[in-house]
Design a protein around this ligand. Structure first.
Ligand SMILES: NC(=O)c1ccc[n+]([C@@H]2O[C@H](COP(=O)([O-])OP(=O)(O)OC[C@H]3O[C@@H](n4cnc5c(N)ncnc54)[C@H](OP(=O)(O)O)[C@@H]3O)[C@@H](O)[C@H]2O)c1
Length: 439
């Protein structure tokens, strides 16, 4: 079987900006037969995450995250559907995810590294297992809970940078749900600013590209800033910290503005800003979501509940918008956007009658489960290899179907009280892929 895949073509260099030519799309042959313990999957979604920037370097800077190798297939979080299985715990038609999903249209993978996901948790939006109801969602939730010191009723103001990104947009909403009285976002365009306020419930937002962040925050946070959810670092963060109150807390989630620079993580703050932290007794502890695996089960269920209750809004973006980390991995855009870009998109074969038949069955399956809307979306996504998020990271230790929420009869969604914990990162632990320098 001929498949299309993305391989690393060249490295941008530690101080370089990744470009499309760092990746190339090529064809390869997938064996027709799978072995015992293996499954053949068709890729539905891949997540492009900021941490991948360090995998573009010859050394990632950490033991537990391997660099991508030249001319080898790149990988990351992915979601797909099982087309054939010789692994006892997975069957054809199951939706699965992995943190080490190869960027190719189809793949033969060890069943061991796959986790079965339950579409009901995300109302059928499978990409959410890579985003709001996955690793980024957990990052926002656990970051706030573990490092934010948010207390309902204490009138706290939270500022979120990278607020229109996956973690940021969720962090702002979660801050409100957890009890912050005022939430202000920082983002890079006026359109994002307006979405944050009108759709995601932020009280206000600042465009860091066109506005004076510090001056705006002075006006927008009259009582000062108590909690800062920091996704970006650099001058934006310096400006926020200068507006922080005594005994405040910085959730050091990420420093995306620094990832194209060869500096240690986290990058040092300017001495004057460091002095503010000390003088005002502001905590700024590094947060790594993968250090909180024991809280993933309850976290995912919490995120899923909020989402299904309409309390957590998830950005529904068109492929053409694909904002996620596009600056870090622009090479993915052509892949994600398909033939319009002039780069051949790794689409699943459409002319092979056997494939067409399999897809028809899967389409009917989805239509029966979720109705025509998802089914139509799924058809479209079949043509689009990559999607945004987005991110996280993922799903559910339902591999063995031993848990009620991992219903083997997905047409009957389990009632929410039946939802039991699961271990989203089980496969990650098995593969010894842990946190990385950009987490
Ligand atoms: N600690 C952890 O365990 C953990 C886990 C996951 C992610 N993270 C970190 O969380 C952060 C956000 O990740 P994500 O998954 O939400 O990524 P994302 O969806 O790609 O969003 C990133 C956002 O960063 C903003 N941005 C990019 N470059 C910037 C710059 N130079 N200055 C200011 N803003 C910039 C972009 O917004 P604009 O277009 O508006 O600039 C974009 O919306 C990253 O730093 C990532 O490394 C940490």
């Amino acid at each position: 079987m001929i498949i299309q895949r993305v391989v690393l073509n060249s490295r941008p260099g530690k101080n370089g900006t990744p470009a499309a030519e760092n990746f190339r799309v090529e064809e390869a042959t997938l064996p027709d037969q799978i072995s015992e313990g293996q499954v053949r999957v068709r890729t539905l979604y891949l997540s492009v995450d900021p941490y991948m920037r360090c995998r573009l370097n010859e050394e990632t800077g950490v033991d537990y995250l391997k660099p991508w190798q030249l001319s080898q297939v790149t990988d990351g979080g992915g979601v797909g559907i099982v087309e054939e299985s010789k692994y006892a715990h997975l069957s054809e038609g199951d939706f699965v995810t992995s943190f080490s999903w190869p960027w190719q249209t189809r793949a033969i993978l060890d069943g061991e590294i796959l986790e079965k996901v339950t579409p009901q948790l995300v109302d059928g939006h499978l990409s959410y297992f890579l985003g709001a109801i996955g690793m980024p969602g957990l990052t926002s939730l656990l970051g706030i809970k573990e490092k934010g010191h948010v207390t309902a009723g204490s009138n706290q103001t939270m500022v979120v940078s990278g607020a229109a990104g996956c973690c940021g947009s969720l962090a702002g909403q979660i801050a409100r749900l957890e009890g912050c009285s005022r939430v202000v976002g920082i983002c890079g365009t006026d359109e994002k600013r307006s979405v944050l306020v009108s759709e995601l419930g932020f009280d206000a937002a600042v465009n860091y590209r066109t506005e004076d962040v510090e001056g705006q925050l002075r006006d927008l946070c009259p009582a000062g800033v108590d909690v800062y959810f920091d996704n970006v670092g650099g001058s934006v963060s310096d400006a926020v910290i200068r507006q922080m109150n005594e005994n405040g807390h910085v959730v050091l989630c990420g420093q995306i503005s620094q990832y194209n620079r060869d500096v240690p993580y986290p990058p040092q703050l300017p001495p004057a800003v460091e002095a503010i932290l000390k003088e005002r007794n502001i905590t700024r502890e590094r947060f790594t979501v993968l250090n909180y695996r024991d809280k993933f089960d309850s976290g995912i269920l919490q995120l899923s509940r909020w989402f299904r209750e309409g309390k957590l809004k998830v950005g529904l973006r068109r492929e053409a918008d694909l904002p996620r980390s596009s600056r870090l991995l622009p090479g993915l855009l052509p892949v994600a956007l398909g033939a319009d870009t002039g780069v051949r998109s790794p689409r699943p074969l459409t002319r092979n009658p056997a494939c067409t038949e399999t897809r028809r069955r899967h389409r009917n399956l989805l239509r029966n489960r979720f109705g025509p809307t998802l089914s139509n979306g799924s058809c479209r996504l079949r043509r689009v290899f990559l999607l945004f998020v987005v991110s996280v990271k993922r799903s559910l230790g339902a591999r063995h179907c031993s848990k009620p929420w991992a219903s083997p009869h997905p047409e009957r969604p389990p009632p929410s009280h039946e939802l039991l914990p699961f271990v989203p990162f089980r496969s990650v632990a098995k593969k010894n892929v842990a946190s990385h320098s950009f987490f």
